[in-house]
Design a protein around this ligand. Sequence first.
Ligand code: FAD
Length: 272
Amino acid sequence: MKILVVSAHPDPASLTNALRDVAVAELQADGHAVRVTDLYAIGWKSEVDRLDFPALPASARLRVPAASGEAFVTGSLTQDVVAAQEDLLWADALILAFPLWWFSMPAILKGWIDRVYAFGFAYGVGEHSETRWGDRYGEGTLAGKRAMLIVTAGGWPSHYGPRGINGPIDDLLFPIHHGMLFYPGYDVLPPFVLYRADRTDAATFDETATALKGRMRTLFETPPIPFRRQNGGDYTIPSMELCPERVRPDLTGFAAHIERPDHNVRQVECRS
Ligand code: FAD
């Protein structure tokens, strides 16, 4: 299979990059083809601005979705963005490796998403009408592919537990898992998170590397997080809310968007 690994750490000798390299070596040893994009090493431009749309007249306002969609259909996106999109289309799986910075991804990686996920490529895909709100959340350009995060975090596991002060890790990663990966179609695997990363010693590194190699070996067998699919009948259109006839009306928050038999009311059609 083909795997794209995108990493975001400024120090080539970092723990994050060492774990990335463990993952890449294991995937290659298992016979997969791997492409690696080290965003700092290539000097990725992270901000969206006019330079991204060279065909846009200088006098025109920069309305990013419109400019992005126009550049996508006319083939005038910048070469770095086009190459990254080709990598995404090439790969059967995407792995993002990064340190948790302010409870999210480093800005350079967010900027990679902002620029590569063009209108028509990652959003604005499919029919938008009264009865359908596009191909997204389980459908879209990257459907049928898998995605997974490798994250290092300074905090302890308990800090990210169900009652931990930082909030549950699944909640913190929800905007990435659900909003950036499931949205354009990926099946999203549970993340690989190394906690207390700054305290990593040789023994912890070896233990972590062993666990990570195991995750790489099962990359194409691990069940994805069962996010509810937008067009699977659990949401009303166009309000895009969970349908009370399908999902328990008392459920709110991120977890309600994950399919669980005990969260379902009954398998009837959504009335609204
Ligand atoms: P490094 O600094 O590269 O290494 C960490 C340790 O691993 C070092 O002591 C190193 O010696 C050791 N190590 C062991 N084996 C190896 C090896 N083979 N290769 C390299 N190093 C090895 N944490 C949170 O929990 N939540 C946050 O919101 C958060 N926000 C942050 C925001 C910023 C701006 C910064 C700078 C840090 C933040 N942190 C946060 C902490 C951050 O998540 C950790 O510092 C980071 O994940 C550690 O990973 P690293 O790759 O940078 O580690």
